[in-house]
Design a protein around this ligand. Structure first.
Ligand code: KIV
Ligand code: NA
Length: 269
């Protein structure tokens, strides 16, 4: 299959074709999602919670994310692989951000990076894009600023809509090839989607975005905690794995596994 490239994003928006995205953190799931035709695989800093067992995205480091991003990049033949710049790896300014983005491109082999912030990240996005690295922006609710935003809350309701709109314009102006809209009212996301030339990828942002993204472990039921209301559960993998591991345990305990067919004879015949 032909590789997804950033020019396909503009073409998809023009054609009214929805863009599909999921997170992925390893080669095994990347290969499955790629085969399913998912357009974008994001090595999100959500790995902090999903893979590393943290309670927020803040602790994950570049050194921890790069091996995951490299695994995902190796696992796909079609999907565009995007790596999140983790908290602390780009806020000092455009030069720090570019250094981090370059590490993901060189050491992980991804095709683009994502970072949080609209107006405040304008110069940073511009610097990275000028270096030839595609940038996916991320506005609305931005998990890395959870504490500054006062918790996990919808952004852009009422008077604050104008701020989210300004963020959307800023990232497009800076050269981002697409923008994630997280937890903004559906009507606002629809307006921003119509206003922008670049595609919007929604998560908790209603049906009118140009594409959708979900954290794969949430969407497929592998998480332990409660999932946000914008997640639809497409599988119950936790139950599937729990049943399989329990059956394996029982059969080892009882001696039912392995059978003769699963063992070797002394002589080959
Ligand atoms: O880290 C992540 O998984 C994300 C998506 C939810 C957009 O940033
Ligand atoms: Na993220």
């Amino acid at each position: 299959p032909k590789r997804v490239r950033i020019r396909h994003f503009q073409a998809a928006k023009a054609a009214g074709e929805r863009i599909t995205a999921l997170t992925s953190y390893d080669a095994m799931t990347a290969a499955v999602f790629d085969e399913a035709g998912i357009d974008v695989l994001l090595v999100g800093d959500s790995a902090a919670t999903t893979v590393l067992g943290e309670t927020s995205t803040l602790p994950v480091t570049v050194d921890e994310l790069i091996p995951m991003a490299r695994s995902v990049a190796r696992g796909v033949s079609r999907a565009l692989v995007v790596a999140d710049l983790p908290f602390g790896s780009y806020e000092r300014g455009p030069e720090q951000a570019l250094d981090t983005a370059v590490r993901f491109m060189k050491e992980a082999g991804v095709q683009a990076v994502k970072l949080e912030g609209g107006v405040r990240s304008h110069a940073t996005i511009k610097r990275i894009v000028e270096a030839g690295i595609p940038v996916m922006a991320h506005i609305g609710y931005t998990p890395q600023s959870e504490h500054g935003l006062g918790g996990h809350v919808v952004q852009g309701r009422g008077d604050s809509a104008e701020r989210v709109r300004a963020d959307a314009r800023a990232v497009q102006d800076a050269g981002a090839f697409s923008v994630v809209l997280e937890m903004v009212p559906a009507v606002l996301a629809a307006e921003i989607t119509r206003e922008l030339a670049i595609p919007t990828i929604g998560i908790g942002a209603g049906a009118e975005c140009d594409g959708q993204i979900l954290v794969w472990t949430d969407a497929m039921g592998l998480g332990t905690g409660r999932v946000p209301r914008f997640v639809r559960k497409y599988a119950d993998l936790r139950t599937t794995l729990l049943d399989a591991a329990s059956a394996y345990r029982d059969e080892v305990k009882s001696g039912a596994f392995p059978s003769a067919a699963e063992s070797f004879e002394d002589q080959t015949s």
